[in-house]
Design a protein around this ligand. Structure first.
Ligand code: MTE
Length: 299
């Protein structure tokens, strides 16, 4: 069974939990709130999350169009139940798994992560998800596997954007196996205590917080364990601008704009720009993955 936080907590309580913790100690005794506190992750940032409205109205999901408001306008047509994921390649237990089986037994956590788009804007999102490593362990990664490849649903009758030949659908992404196994890498099934909104990649998407947002592929239908570096959508489209690694790096500019700073969505017209951090602020956790690599070359 898939357990959403909204199943165990009335939404207003969840949304106001910061205030409640300050002003309403009595409420901490309620079982629902205790359950949520137990699921909080040590990997969360203490920065204030963006509003639910910002997170669900300013999106990139090209299957529904290239405008920031296209996903919110059109993703409602996407059928997300039933949903299954093909897991194949170098795994002990390949197969077509129902979403419920994929999620089963994986501890769901709230992970409040910084999210940095390659277009130099950022948000803070309270995801709900589980570590990808838990899923990979369950299907059994075989010794020769070196990379994980992901694909998004392609359903032209529900996705107006896939009529565009601009991208060679399906949308594809990939991670090196050690990146995929890193505890920060999650499969997200919700945000703000709700099942994943369609425009954010329902019912399940990847979130890799130290990489530019385009690595965080949405509405995943296929996961393949492979021994060679997989093709990725943006690398196929424009290899001089988008490499395989795509680690957030303020010192390596995009050929057409600076990556040194970012605009925090929702912070208003004035101010709101801040310096971009190496690995999006997750340097202490992930820098060791790239020891010996020149990150200006392996961008
Ligand atoms: N996944 C698919 N399938 N299609 C897309 O167009 N856009 C990517 C990524 N995942 C994209 C995708 C980009 S560029 C970004 S910045 C993030 O999704 C945006 O995620 P969000 O809308 O939840 O903020």
């Amino acid at each position: 069974m898939r357990l959403n936080w909204s199943d165990v907590t009335p939404k207003p309580l969840w949304l106001n939990r910061r205030k409640l913790m300050v002003g309403g100690a009595a409420l901490l005794a309620t079982p629902a709130l205790a359950k949520i506190e137990a699921a909080k992750s040590a990997y969360s940032t203490d920065e204030e999350p963006n509003s639910f409205g910002d997170i669900t109205s300013y999106n990139n999901f090209y299957e529904f169009g290239t405008g920031k408001d296209d996903p919110a306008a059109y993703a409602g047509a996407m059928t997300v139940d039933p949903w299954s994921i093909v897991i194949d390649g170098m795994v002990d237990k390949p197969g077509t798994y129902d979403l419920a089986d994929v999620v089963k037994g994986q501890p769901l956590e709230e992970r409040i992560y910084r999210f940095r788009c390659v277009e130099a804007w950022s948000m803070v999102v309270p995801w709900i998800g589980f570590q990808l490593s838990g899923l990979l362990d369950r299907v059994g990664v075989q010794p020769g596997a070196k990379f994980v490849a992901f694909e998004t649903l392609v359903r032209p009758e529900e996705m107006p954007g896939v009529a565009s030949p601009f991208i060679d659908w399906p949308y594809r992404e990939g991670l090196r196996l050690d990146e995929a196994m890193h505890p920060l890498t999650i499969m997200a099934t919700g945000l703000y205590g709700e099942a994943m909104p369609k425009q954010n990649g329902a019912p399940i998407r990847l979130v890799v917080p130290w990489k530019y947002g385009f690595k965080s592929i949405k509405s995943i239908v296929k996961i393949s364990l492979v021994d060679t570096m997989p093709q990725t959508t943006w690398n196929m489209l424009q290899p001089s601008e988008y490499g395989f690694y795509s680690n957030v790096n303020p010192k390596v500019d995009h050929p057409r704009w600076s990556q040194a700073s970012e605009r925090r969505i929702g912070s208003g017209l004035f101010g709101g720009r801040q310096d971009t951090l190496m690995f999006n602020g997750y340097e202490a956790e992930v820098a060791s993955l790239y020891a010996g690599q020149d990150l200006a070359v392996d961008y």
